[in-house]
Design a protein around this ligand. Sequence first.
Ligand SMILES: Nc1ncnc2c1ncn2[C@@H]1O[C@H](COP(=O)(O)OP(=O)(O)O)[C@@H](O)[C@H]1O
Ligand SMILES: [Mg+2]
Length: 307
Amino acid sequence: MDGPDERAGTDDMNARDDEADAAGREGEPDEAGDGADAAESDDEDDADAAESDDEPELPPAVDLPSSLALPFLRNGDLEIVGRLVQASNTTLLVTITGDVPGRGMITAGAVYKPIRGERPLWDFPEATLAHREVAAHAVSEATGWQIVPPTVFREAGPLGPGMLQLWVATRDDVDILALLQSSDPRLRRIALFDAVVNNADRKGGHLLVRPDGIIQGVDHGVTFNVDPKLRTILWNWRGTLIAPRELQVLALLRPKLAAGGPLAATLAEHLDGAEIEVARARLDELLGSRTFPHPHPDWPAVPWPWY
Ligand SMILES: Nc1ncnc2c1ncn2[C@@H]1O[C@H](COP(=O)(O)OP(=O)(O)O)[C@@H](O)[C@H]1O
Ligand SMILES: [Mg+2]
């Protein structure tokens, strides 16, 4: 077994520049015209949009309950409008247009992460990150905590199969560091959620404070590893008691995650059996100890950079 590595899970040690750059990588000149990979796709317009160097205009954020958002994301027409340039993988901004019951035809922003844009990581099986994001959303839904914005897996995206997540409106006047230092109680659920899904990359930029005050989390590609990899900025409550209401939610999660349970069935579409089994064990550990976890001694517990 490899030892822990600062870069594991968030960076890659053997990045291959071929497929990883499905839509061109920001900051690296594309000498051979090799946004190439993308140009090989049928849709040149999509490739052009994806290669733009400018921060794209943010797509429209439409607040939809997941019952409406999930079919909309699965079936709506997808158009690439830009790329998140600071992102480590190919993370594209798209619009989705479709008919939403009770709302008529709408266009909403979304994030599209094609599997072919994933940078290989030494400690995660290749081409699985988009699936992990969808699995994390399934756990979020099963808790009712609404931590992860609606997320689906789309087999036929313009750059191939990948995950699609509804774009969320965020406040830009929130000091995330102050939020962390104040142990804002809204973050407790996210800390518990991360413990269940074994999130290896909970940094400040992966917390979104919505205008209505709800805090959500994004970027769950490095979750559900079978080894303990919890790496987070949310250690404020380590070793302290989980509140009864929180514990109740975790207890309700247990039968859903049991073999044959509905959550386990959904996860099985995106994770392998061992990964689900170990997720169950992590949940049992939380239910047994009734406390927030401590950092693992053999693993870098805090992401760097933290934001
Ligand atoms: N669904 C979303 N709604 C609003 N903003 C988002 C959403 N997903 C990502 N972002 C923003 O985009 C940034 C990059 O996305 P992220 O998922 O972290 O990409 P990567 O996997 O490439 O790091 C996030 O830090 C966050 O600020
Ligand atoms: Mg990220």
